[in-house]
Design a protein around this ligand. Structure first.
Ligand code: DCP
Ligand code: MG
Length: 435
């Protein structure tokens, strides 16, 4: 039966989807009519299917809000915003589906959220509980799948490759897993299933909330084709705008544009984008998708020109971005400092490195130089941010003596990263941050 349709979707969610008031990208039509001109990668026979990767993407629905609802069930069905008081500076961490109907979303300033949805209930959030639930979910997932990769506080990739015989029908397995999460934590999840990480992630997103969506092997390209490119990958908005200007709006447009054209416009990134658009996701397990840039920023509770505070915040941000850079096993060729002052004036200043790096000390040094040059120490700072770009896989420093010293540093930082992965980011902080 499975081979007649290339997406399997839980019936209950299909009904829910038809009633849903907010716009969603259209689901691909059954039978591949929308996939005309899209090269399909040989639909698999049952025997071939058994050999293919099976990847689940599990993502909790409105995670922070759902945890809040466990503590206060009267919040259910209401517009809820987690992030702080509406009149506080800061941004929305999470919004309930009810609040999203009014346009509220994560990372939006709380003040804007209040304007869009004045009747929403604003909550400060309880981070330690979210982390605790996340740990519980992770443990539960590990009982199911041989390989589990948590990619954020509420989402994970599970590799079930080769275990279909053990677990039976994958769709039923997803049902069991979701019911188990619900039973143990009281929280609901959505699950995407396919043979690549990217397609599974898109599938779980389309299935939300409380949905399960499976894309059958060989139909990844048709599934992705109708999506807007912004939905499909972590492209920066600049790339997206550039492609939109060329008339490339959907993933199908990307495929039809062809590899050569995309490479001409986007360089080597064009090839990777093309491969993704035809469903050939290159992201392996335990390797995250290659980011184009890595950034972190911090908004101060109160505008500040306290040198110690600014320096230690900068140091903390450096440790975070460098950790993520090493996590991807990448090096950065450009470092950017972002400063926003009390008058909302924002500057970004970038320095290009002669040789790319992945070491905290290099990044810190360049940023301190930028800070010294572009901040007079008197203008009160509201926000400070750090971004790493021109990311690649090497080469690292060539000089031999320098190399020995750097290898030592790299080992030190990697050891710190390992401790952080195990015990949380705050378990290793540099002296400057602790001050
Ligand atoms: N989060 C955050 N800041 C952001 C994005 C997310 O603090 N900019 C937090 C709050 C979310 C949680 O991470 O609840 C998980 O993020 P998701 O993107 O998965 O969003 P939700 O789980 O809230 O909703 P969805 O049902 O769309 O997954
Ligand atoms: Mg989520």
């Amino acid at each position: 039966m499975e081979s007649y349709s290339y997406v399997q979707k839980e019936q209950i969610r299909l009904r829910h989807l038809t009633n849903t008031p907010h716009p969603r990208p259209p689901l691909p039509e059954i039978g591949g009519a929308r996939g005309e001109n899209i090269p399909e990668l040989c639909p698999a026979t049952p025997a071939q299917t058994a050999m293919l990767p099976v990847i689940f993407h599990v993502d909790m629905d409105a995670f922070f809000v759902s945890v809040e609802e466990l503590f206060d069930p009267t919040l259910k069905g209401k517009a809820v915003v987690v992030g702080g008081d509406a009149d506080q500076r800061g941004v929305v961490s999470a919004a309930s589906y009810e609040a999203r109907k009014f346009g509220v979303h994560s990372a939006m300033p709380l003040i804007t959220a209040k304007r869009l949805c004045p009747h929403a209930i604003f909550l400060p959030g309880r981070r330690s509980e979210y982390v605790q639930y996340s740990g519980q979910i992770q443990q539960l997932l590990c009982d199911y799948a041989p390989i589990v990769e948590m990619v954020s506080i509420d989402e994970a990739y599970l590799d079930f490759t080769g275990s279909e015989r053990l677990h039976g029908n994958l769709f039923q397995l997803a049902h069991r897993l979701r019911a188990h999460i619900q039973e143990k934590t009281g929280l609901s999840a959505s699950i995407g299933i396919s043979k690549t990480k990217l397609v599974s992630k898109v599938a779980s997103d389309l299935a939300k909330p409380r949905g399960i969506l499976r894309v059958l092997p060989g139909h990844e390209a048709s599934f992705l084709a109708p999506l807007r490119i912004g939905k499909f990958s972590n492209n920066g908005t600049t790339t997206e705008r550039r492609l939109n200007d060329l008339g490339i709006v959907s993933v199908r447009d990307l495929v039809l544009a062809g590899k050569e054209f995309l490479c001409e416009v986007l360089g080597h990134w064009g090839e990777s984008l093309y491969r993704k658009s035809i469903g050939l996701d290159t992201a392996h397990f335990f390797f995250h998708e290659e980011p184009k840039s890595i950034s972190h920023e911090h908004t101060f509770d109160q505008d500040t020109c306290d040198l110690e505070i600014v320096h230690s915040t900068l140091s903390h941000l450096v440790q975070k971005v460098a950790h993520r850079l090493r996590d991807h096993k990448m090096v950065a060729g450009r470092i950017t400092l972002k400063l926003r002052d009390f008058g909302f004036q924002t500057i970004t200043r970038t320095v290009s490195l002669e040789e790319p790096t992945q070491l905290d000390c290099d990044i810190q040094q360049r940023l301190m130089a930028l800070l010294k040059r572009h901040w007079n120490g008197r203008r009160r700072i509201r926000l400070i941010g750090v971004a790493l770009s021109s990311l690649g896989y090497g080469p690292l420093q060539q000089d031999l003596f320098e190399k020995a010293r750097r290898d030592k540093m790299a080992k030190l930082y990697q050891a710190a990263d390992q401790v952080r992965d195990k015990f949380g980011f705050a378990s290793v902080l540099s002296a400057r941050t602790i001050k």
